[in-house]
Design a protein around this ligand. Sequence first.
Ligand SMILES: [Zn+2]
Length: 405
Amino acid sequence: MIDHRRLGRELDLFVSDPLAGAGLPIWLPAGAAARHAVEEYVRELERRSGHQHVYSPPLGKRELFELSGHLGYFADDMFPPMRLSADDEVVLRPALCPHHALVFRARGRSSRELPLRIAELGGMYRSERSGVLGGLSRVRAISLNDAHTFCAPDQVGAEVVEILRLIRAAQAALGVRPAGFRLSVRGPAGRYVGDDAQWSYAENLLRGALDGAEYVEVPGEAAFYGPKIDIQIVDAAGRESTISTIQLDFDKPERFDLSYTDSDGSRRRPVMVHRSLVGSMERLFAYLIEVHEGAFPAWYAPVQLALLPVGDEQAGAAAELARRALDAGLRVEVDVAGSLGARVRDAARRRIPYLGVLGSREVADGRLALRLRGGRALDPMPVADVLALISGQVAARAADLLPPG
Ligand SMILES: [Zn+2]
């Protein structure tokens, strides 16, 4: 049984210290390096598709979350408010949407700005019971890859199609195993905001966006404020779970009185689309650690290249080569301690994708003998070619350690 908590300890990715608190793991340097690479990738993907990134604080005034409805509907999952004075309370936010609604509202908006895509990889908090917490899969402090698109009703369909494209791209790059989609619509019993026509319209939009994709429809699973698409994945043990969602929302634009000026000068209410491409960094890494058994694709491996000088005489050359690799943007380490065999085994245990062994002949020739994770050894190559090969695979965010062909 592959357990991300065990692998997280063995690979020094994160630590759960009882003194820090249950569900409040600390990312160690190796885990942080991997996460940083993934965060950069996701931000770049979003930026290229027209998202604008913001920063907003992980806590806010009580009134903000009364207005958003979170304190009314969601208080059980939130930490109790902190009282600063008789009329001033702040709460740790359970979602980013209220702040992003304020971003939309920060000035007048025109239809020419729509769809307006506001993205943030931001912190939020859920007061999960201590019994369900463990490792990274269930935490109380959550770092969510989140965005809210504010659009005209007739833009929603194209927006959802684009979001699905981004989700597929991110899953392919990260090595996530997709398991289709779930469309959550109204049920006969639930209470929902908005009128019937609006709901039917929204549900049909999502059906249209999913046209041609593998999905199941689940009545009664919609949020009270709109239908949603759950993005399903399969874990290492074959179990299916939801990693992220796309949610249509007619309620928050109403609550926050959001509006834009249409081309004819009239004021219109935007639709809000909540979406996450890869979910929270914590859940995502709990999954990635298990599905890859800690052997991440090179582009987000904590250390991409380990350099092993055979003897002390090659230590200087290894240090110089490490400097070149660093300058080429790679995460590199020189390992000199212990026998060569022990160092090779340690690099394998740590799932380091590329190992460069420097013997006296390689140093004299300006070459490097590369070994790939998994044990395959390549013939010695000029150092510049090795760096170009690794940088190329990293830049392409390739799943394999060698280019095709
Ligand atoms: Zn949201």
